[in-house]
Design a protein around this ligand. Sequence first.
Ligand SMILES: NC(=O)c1ccc[n+]([C@@H]2O[C@H](COP(=O)([O-])OP(=O)(O)OC[C@H]3O[C@@H](n4cnc5c(N)ncnc54)[C@H](O)[C@@H]3O)[C@@H](O)[C@H]2O)c1
Length: 434
Amino acid sequence: MSEKQTLSKNIPTRRDFLKTSAAAAIGSTLASPVRTVPGAYAAGSDMIKVGLIGCGGRGTGATQNVFNAAQGVKLVAMADVFKDRLDDSRSRLRKKYADKMEVPDDRCFVGLDAYEKVLALSEVNYVILATPPGFRPQHLQAAVTAGKHIFTEKPVAVDGPGFRACLKVYEEAKAQGLGIGAGTQNRHKTGYLETIRRVHDGAIGTILAGRCYYNTGALWMKPRQPEWSDLEWQLRNWLYFTWLAGDHIVEQHVHNLDAVHWALRSHPLRATGMGGRQVRTDPAYGHIYDHFTVDYEYENDVHVTSMCRQMAACDRFIGEAFIGSKGTCRIDNYTQYSIKGETNWRFAGPDNDPYVQEHANLIASIRAGKPINGLKNVAESSLIGIMGRMSAYSGKVVTWEQAANSKETLMPPKLAWGPLPVPPVAMPGQTELF
Ligand SMILES: NC(=O)c1ccc[n+]([C@@H]2O[C@H](COP(=O)([O-])OP(=O)(O)OC[C@H]3O[C@@H](n4cnc5c(N)ncnc54)[C@H](O)[C@@H]3O)[C@@H](O)[C@H]2O)c1
């Protein structure tokens, strides 16, 4: 009997999977790694069979994280647009996790439609979506239609239509009892959880203002090779193209915007942003900006200043701060969490690995029959970045409704391995809002 036949024989339906998992996981909590549930895997009926879509740095990392998050997890299929990326990921994973790898050649798929082939496999019940974010709304929809539980990397949209598509997927997943975990990992990090819980419990009173930063260095860039078409060059350097990444205010700063979204429990009413491309001016870096600053205005005249920068040899500063009626709260560079004022508190640790915990929480929720669905939160946080970018690019004030209802689809109408012109660098005062 082939490996494929052996696996297919024991695949439960999604309904069976949820039923047996719920029974097995009684007593577990959402925050506890499921490995604490004794005897849950004896029958092997609630095996998590992962399909990885997007086998780059984070996809390979997330696969290692899911292996470490729970017992009863295997990787059974992989998809990437490029064979070299898939092969590299598969061989790296095999070196360290040979016992968890059941990925024969006929479950490895390459090309722009590779994701559909992974989703078509009945062997897969949990997918990791780790391609560039431009593809995310399409892949999320296809994964929910195929009845898979999903771990999606952030951000989940790069434009207004993508945001609306995510809200639809969120509802469909809820209706179908499918779990969606998101790679906004701070929401699974002990220090963040402790701090934001205190803020929500009133430790700094009413939040009056905030700040958030992702000021960091230069990122990788892959010099263009003569044999690469425009599409291949852009895909391999996806960070630098807005249709693929959303610009770094969406792609990277979403972590901080999400922490603010979580703390304030609301979304901004409007954004007034500016930015530019001062250091990374070479066309090798596509057409995105290298710095942004945005004033986000929330209800009750609460303003949050946001800053993000990707420039070499500048100071690194990543975090959030909140000013309240009774004190202040700071979270910097993922290490320091503190509250000052009427309450004085500093997180004493220990902190956890949120990249593992986010899978542990999702798997525990699936096995308990109460799947987490974090898609709406991460979609809204992605839109906060999008509205900041729209404002900086256009030089206009952009409201939440304008961004959410925007008609601007950044994905080129047809993707083919040939010419694909690079959009001009956005010019405030000239770039239009749609
Ligand atoms: N949560 C975090 O801290 C964190 C950290 C890094 C990256 N990320 C996110 O993870 C995602 C991937 O980032 P990365 O750093 O791994 O990039 P990467 O370039 O290393 O990997 C992306 C992979 O997707 C593949 N790909 C591109 N288009 C595809 C398609 N249509 N179908 C299938 N495969 C496709 C690429 O060939 C590549 O192998 C991004 O959304 C990024 O924002 C999150």
